[in-house]
Design a binder for this molecule. Structure first.
Ligand code: MN
Length: 346
C-alpha cells in the first residue's frame, strides 16, 4: 500500500534554491557584513545570526554581530560565538562601516530595533532571510520560506548550496535554533527534511544533551515568579475556548522581575497544554501602557492567531504569534478578546 508523501520530502525548497546564488553574489561583493538579533531574541534568532557569522567568516568575510535592543539571555551564553557580540543596537551603529546587512528571523523593521525608525543608509545593501509568513519583505533581496519551522533550517540549506563546511560551531548554533523553534521537533512544519538536517548536525556536535540542558537550566527565580503571577491571572473567554493570562506592570515592578524574565511565550506554550483551551494568550505590561502578547493555537484552521495579531499590528505564525499594544492594560485585554470573538465568530 502506498501513501502519498508531500511536505515530508527531504528536498531543499525551490525558493531557497532560486535565491541562494543571488544572495551569495551579494556576500562575495561585500567587504563588511552586519548581523543582528531581534528584540527579545530566541535561540532561532541567536543561533541563525551566529551560524551565519561563522559561515561568512569561512567565505573570508569580515562580520559584525550586534546584540540589538535586548539583554543577551544568560541561557545562550555558551552558544559558540556568543563571546564576540557587539553590545549595540541598530540605531547605535555607524551604518557607513558596513556594506551588507543580512537580516535574519525578523518579519518587519521593528524586529531590527524598536527604539526608533529604521532607515537603511544608501550604501547598505539589505537581505532578509526569514520563515515568518507575516514577513513584510522590506529588504532589497528577500528569502521567505514560511513552510520551514525555523530560520536555522533555511540557513542549513543555504550553507549546503554555498558549499560551506559544517563545523561544530555552525552545527551547534543551527541545531539549537531548530530544536527550540520546533518545540523540540513537535510543531507543525517539522518534516523528514528537518530530521535529516538534525541527523547531519549532530554528527558535528560533541555533546547535544549538554548544549540543550545548559540552555534550558538557566532560569532565574524571577522567571518562576513571573510565570506564577501569569498563571494566577488566567481568565477564560469565548465560551471557554480562549484563555488569557495578563500581568500588569505594577506586579512586574513589585516582584522585581527584569525584562528578560517577562517570557510570555513560555507561559502561553504551557497554557496551550490545557485540553479545554483551543487558543491562548499570555500578556505582560512591559512598560506603562505597553502590553506584549504571545498567542498560541491548537487549531490553525479555526483559530489562526497570525491573522488575529496582524489585524492589530503584530505578526507571527498561524500557531504562534505576537503583538504589542500601546494603550491602557484593561483596554488592551478587552480589545484582544473582542477581536478574537469578531474574527473567529465566537
Ligand atoms: Mn524563528
Amino acid at each position: 500500500m502506498s501513501r502519498e508523501v508531500q511536505s515530508t520530502s527531504g528536498e531543499i525548497s525551490p525558493i531557497i534554491k532560486e535565491k541562494a546564488p543571488l544572495i551569495l553574489v551579494e556576500i562575495q561583493k561585500a567587504k563588511s557584513i552586519l548581523l543582528h538579533f531581534h528584540p527579545s531574541p530566541d535561540p532561532d534568532s541567536v543561533g541563525s545570526a551566529l551560524a551565519m557569522k561563522f559561515a561568512l567568516e569561512q567565505i573570508g568575510k569580515k562580520v559584525t554581530v550586534i546584540k540589538g535592543d535586548s539583554e543577551f539571555p544568560r541561557g545562550f551564553k555558551h552558544f559558540p560565538g556568543a563571546g564576540e557580540i557587539v553590545e549595540k543596537n541598530f540605531l547605535e551603529i555607524d551604518q557607513s562601516q558596513f556594506d551588507l546587512f543580512i537580516i535574519i528571523d525578523s518579519a518587519q523593521p521593528q524586529m531590527v530595533s524598536r527604539r526608533g525608525e529604521i532607515k537603511f543608509a544608501p550604501n547598505l545593501k539589505t537581505i532578509a532571510i526569514d520563515h515568518h509568513a507575516t514577513n513584510r519583505q522590506f529588504a532589497e533581496i528577500n528569502l521567505l520560506e514560511s513552510a520551514y519551522p525555523a530560520s536555522c533550517q533555511i540557513l542549513f540549506d543555504l550553507f549546503k548550496l554555498w558549499e560551506v563546511k559544517l563545523t561544530p560551531e555552525i552545527s551547534a548554533n543551527l541545531f539549537i535554533g531548530i530544536y527550540t523553534d520546533t518545540g523540540a521537533f513537535k510543531y507543525r512544519g517539522v518534516t523528514q527534511h528537518t530530521y535529516e538536517i538534525i541527523g547531519e548536525l549532530v554528527k558535528h556536535i560533541p555533546d547535544v544533551s549538554d548544549l540543550i540542558t545548559r540552555m534550558e537550566n538557566s532560569n532565574s527565580p524571577q522567571l518562576i515568579a513571573f510565570e506564577a503571577a501569569a498563571l494566577d491571572s488566567i481568565e477564560v473567554f469565548c465560551g471557554g475556548r480562549f484563555a488569557l493570562a495578563a500581568v500588569p506592570s505594577t506586579v512586574i515592578k513589585s516582584k522585581n522581575i527584569p525584562t528578560a524574565d517577562v517570557r510570555t511565550s513560555e507561559v502561553s506554550s504551557f497554557m496551550l497544554t490545557v485540553a479545554e483551551w483551543d487558543f491562548v494568550a499570555a500578556a505582560a505590561e512591559i512598560d506603562s501602557n505597553v502590553i506584549k502578547f504571545s498567542f498560541r493555537s491548537k487549531d490553525i484552521e479555526k483559530y489562526d492567531v497570525a491573522k488575529l495579531t496582524e489585524s492589530l499590528g503584530g505578526g507571527g505564525h498561524r500557531a504562534a504569534a505576537g503583538l504589542i499594544l500601546r494603550m491602557p492594560f484593561d483596554e488592551a485585554k478587552k480589545l484582544v478578546v473582542q477581536k478574537a470573538e469578531e474574527l473567529y465568530k465566537l
